[in-house]
Design a protein around this ligand. Sequence first.
Ligand SMILES: Cc1cc2nc3c(=O)[nH]c(=O)nc-3n(C[C@H](O)[C@H](O)[C@H](O)COP(=O)(O)OP(=O)(O)OC[C@H]3O[C@@H](n4cnc5c(N)ncnc54)[C@H](O)[C@@H]3O)c2cc1C
Length: 453
Amino acid sequence: MPVPIEQLRALLGADKVSTSPSVLAAHGRDENFPDVRPPCAVAYAERRDDIVAVLAWCREHQIPVIPFGAGSSLEGALVPYDPDVAVLSLDLSRMSAVLSIEPENFVALVEPGVTRTALNTALRHTGLFFPVDPGADASLGGMAATNASGTTTVRYGGMRQNTLALEVVLANGDVLQLGRPVRKTSSGYDLKDVFIGSSGTLGVISKLWVRLHPVAEHIHTLRVVFPTVQAAAAAAYLIMSSALPVARLELLDEYAIRSINRYLGRSYPEAPALFVEFHSSTAAAINAEVALAEELARDAGAVDIACAQSQAERTAQWEARHHVYWALVNAHPNHIYTTTDTAVPLAQFPALIDAAQRMLQELDLAGSILGHVGDGNFHTIIAMQPGDDRAQRYVEYLNQRALALGGTVTGEHGIGLLKRKYMHAEHGAALDWMRQIKALFDPDNLLNPGKIV
Ligand SMILES: Cc1cc2nc3c(=O)[nH]c(=O)nc-3n(C[C@H](O)[C@H](O)[C@H](O)COP(=O)(O)OP(=O)(O)OC[C@H]3O[C@@H](n4cnc5c(N)ncnc54)[C@H](O)[C@@H]3O)c2cc1C
């Protein structure tokens, strides 16, 4: 049956519906899903009523709909499940207003299309910041929908900890506020946390109340160099188990550092490294914390420790960390990429890093190990030619090892289409209850169908 796009145009206004092939292609792909599966149209919401109208149109014509934030997610979260079924993409990027900032309450109210950098720009004169920083400049709606995290999560938490309340539009058109903008509540079932990480399968996020944090008075950023990735992982564990209040603790292997040097013109020593940062309100506290971290790193075999001397050097170091994916992609033109996202209990982390490193060597793969080691979460980014099954063997091996160590196959990217096959192994009988939750909120299975459950 033809999809009545003209009716949707009449409903929303012509400038809010696109069928341009390049726009469609950009809404049906991501960095690690192998195919592009364009939706039949893209509808742009500019206000909550547009979301309500689009969902009513989808219900009437039984057209599945995939919410779209900034399009930076992985695992096929935005890619239609069945390439032969027409699907609408609902783009929220035009809902990009910071509605209010309450510095006295450490809270901001934002529309879902506000990006993390736009929010931090709006906050720049307040002495406050929003900490969650996935590598891409993602939207806050998309970040909540994937329970995103980043380099500062080890200290400040990820999206679940930093989202106080949500406004959502359900498939049936109901608008709900989930949670209250307070730091704690014991009231009722926590539906806010059910929606965080739900990847647009339960409802469309139309507003978020997010938590803000004071910018630290004192910041120290270190680059600690190790002879092996295993020594770097052991040092990361020592730092975490000493209960030091580290604000960022990131691992980059030699391959990642070499790629950064070429891509960004840096001259970092080409060896595995930890990028570490401390935030504190007093100089005495931060000096003591840094001294202990340096001692622990040396005990684990660190061969060089460099401290950023200025804000510019700090920014440059974290810019390098945030660009590492693109640096690796740039190092292997004409390849495709696969990315792992395992997270394990902290004490198991060095063992999983060791297993990952050995397996990369055994399979002779061009892969780089890096990630948020303070949270026990790391990625392997593997360049490969289409049809090379060694990368899939590696991914399967690593995911199974992570599960066997009591961990998860996805610390932050989400399940999407690519990791659905691990859901039963990870959740057992709880998966059936997740399916029942999905059916309760979306009985016609119209919201991002085929994802997660
Ligand atoms: C180079 C690179 C580095 C990355 N690094 C990290 C990292 O460090 N940490 C991390 O967590 N992720 C990382 N990611 C993944 C990505 O940035 C995150 O998943 C991010 O949260 C996606 O946000 P988005 O706005 O791009 O969402 P999109 O990609 O647009 O959407 C993601 C999912 O959320 C749903 N969705 C979007 N908006 C809404 C809404 N308003 N309501 C309901 N559902 C919605 C979509 O349907 C989709 O299922 C990285 C990606 C890249 C390309």
